[in-house]
Design a protein around this ligand. Structure first.
Ligand code: ADP
Length: 444
């Protein structure tokens, strides 16, 4: 209030002086007094509005002051501008929040770096990739927290055209692809991507090619060796030895053909995600033919028992199912010594169907069981090769079963034998399909 009076003082003095002059010359005291009072009131009113304006500008959350005349126009204009500004600010805040949420949701890590390489902001993925704490590490130099020499060299080089791959010593170990991108005025974004899975797949691919080459090379060398010997010394060898060599070469060629067949089967299984033809596969007929084939393979060295619950049919691909069932059954023959027993069984109920191959052969130690379906995984490489194995049989079984929504369970005791069981859900059983369809029909 004192401030108001003080700021009004010079104007009041001016008005009072003017009034005294008029009073001196005109001698009309009452008119002068009225003018002075009116002037004073007007001045006080202006000062009051000015004060309210200052107070409102200092605290725009308060209700806009009301006034009349030009002050009202001023207040209304300011109010409208303030409202528009607030709306713009709200939109900007919402946009900023959305951007933050989008950056947080990104599968790649993002770190905003200041000019001195300190961390300004990072999303959750980056904090996980780089082991950063978004609360305490903001403002810290990134090279102090991510000390990998490869990364520090990249950061300090200033050459960011290409990304850099860094193997982090985290748990589990991660391989990150890191790329720095410049933006705005000398600011930088560090982008991190987890490429561990791609690296693993690359390693699997490399191993696979190496394995195939190795598997092919051995029989090819043998075949080439025999052919060379025959070419060089056919007249001296005599028919019997030559025949022996040809038989051995033929054996190796058969091995190669089996390997190529298995590789092609695997490739075709992997290249199509759904079962190509859904047929009704008669289980009794399928298992009879599998049993017949393994009897031939066994050459009378094993007792082969077949127990099939009659009248069952599977929905699936005949060729694939035959290949999977045969692989399991032929393994039983190949890994069961002479005189052993092999039992093939099929049974189904409302829960699903089960195909089991049981043998009393060499068995498998527990540590190998989880890896049996890996391509080229063998417990005993020598025995597998000697019995014509390619190391791909169970990998094929796994793919076929996946495509038929079935699972494989293995129980085995070294020296006592193994049992491989395939479990089909009831939706893969042709008869069950009809039952389900009938159920749905009668419920409708
Ligand atoms: P392979 O052609 O070598 O038999 P598979 O993929 O069919 O390849 O089997 C992988 C490995 O699993 C075999 O090398 C063998 O060591 C083991 N195996 C599979 N079936 C049996 C079985 N019935 N008894 C003992 N070992 C088995």
């Amino acid at each position: 209030m004192l401030q108001v009076l003080l700021s009004a003082f010079p104007v009041t003095v001016l008005i009072a002086g003017t009034a005294l002059l008029v009073d001196w010359f005109a001698g009309r005291r009452w008119a002068l007094t009225t003018a002075i009072v009116l002037l004073l009131v007007w001045v006080m009113q202006q000062l009051l509005h000015r004060e309210r304006l200052i107070r409102w500008l200092n605290d725009p959350e308060r209700a806009v002051p009301t006034a009349s005349g030009r002050w009202d126009i001023l207040f209304s204009t300011l109010y409208r501008r303030d409202k528009a500004n607030r709306a713009r600010l709200h939109t900007l805040q919402e946009d900023l929040q959305r951007m933050r949420e989008a950056s947080q949701a990104m599968p790649d890590g993002t770190v905003i770096l200041a000019t001195d390489n300190s961390i300004e902001w990072c999303n959750h993925t980056a904090s996980r990739h780089l082991g950063l704490n978004p609360q305490t590490d903001i403002g810290m130099p990134i090279a102090n927290l991510v000390r990998h020499p490869e990364f520090v060299r990249y950061l300090l080089s200033g050459e960011y055209n290409q990304p850099v791959s860094v193997r982090m010593s985290s748990q589990p170990p991660l391989t990150l692809q890191m790329q720095i991108v410049r933006f705005a005025e000398n600011r930088r974004l560090l982008l991190t991507r987890d490429i561990s899975q791609e690296e693993r797949l690359d390693a699997v691919r490399r191993d696979f090619v190496a394995n195939v080459s190795h598997e092919m090379k051995t029989p090819l060398t043998v075949v080439a060796g025999f052919i060379e010997t025959l070419l060089d010394a056919l007249p001296e060898l005599g028919t019997e030895t030559a025949l022996q060599y040809l038989q051995l070469a033929n054996h190796q060629a058969t091995r190669m053909r089996q390997l190529v067949d298995d590789l092609l089967m695997l490739a075709s299984l992997e290249s199509t995600s759904t079962t190509p033809h859904d047929e009704q596969v008669d289980v009794t007929m399928l298992l009879n033919s599998v049993a017949e084939e393994i009897r031939l393979l066994s050459g009378g060295n094993h007792e082969i028992i077949l127990e099939v619950q009659a009248g069952s049919a599977l929905i699936g691909n005949h060729r694939e199912l035959h290949s999977a069932f045969m692989n399991l059954a032929s393994n039983a023959v190949r890994y069961t010594p002479k005189g052993g027993h092999i039992k093939l069984t099929w049974q189904d109920d409302v829960a699903g169907g089960q195909y089991c191959v049981e043998d009393d052969g060499i068995g498998i130690a527990p540590e190998h069981i989880p890896r049996l379906t890996e391509r080229f995984y063998r417990v005993d490489r020598g025995r597998s090769r000697d019995t014509g194995g390619t190391g791909l049989g169970l990998a094929i079984v796994k793919h076929v079963l996946e495509r038929h929504h079935a699972t494989l369970s293995v129980t085995s005791t070294p020296g006592n034998g193994s049992c491989f069981c395939v479990n089909f859900p009831r939706t893969q059983l042709a008869a069950q399909k009809m039952l389900i369809a009938n159920d749905e029909f009668s419920n409708a």
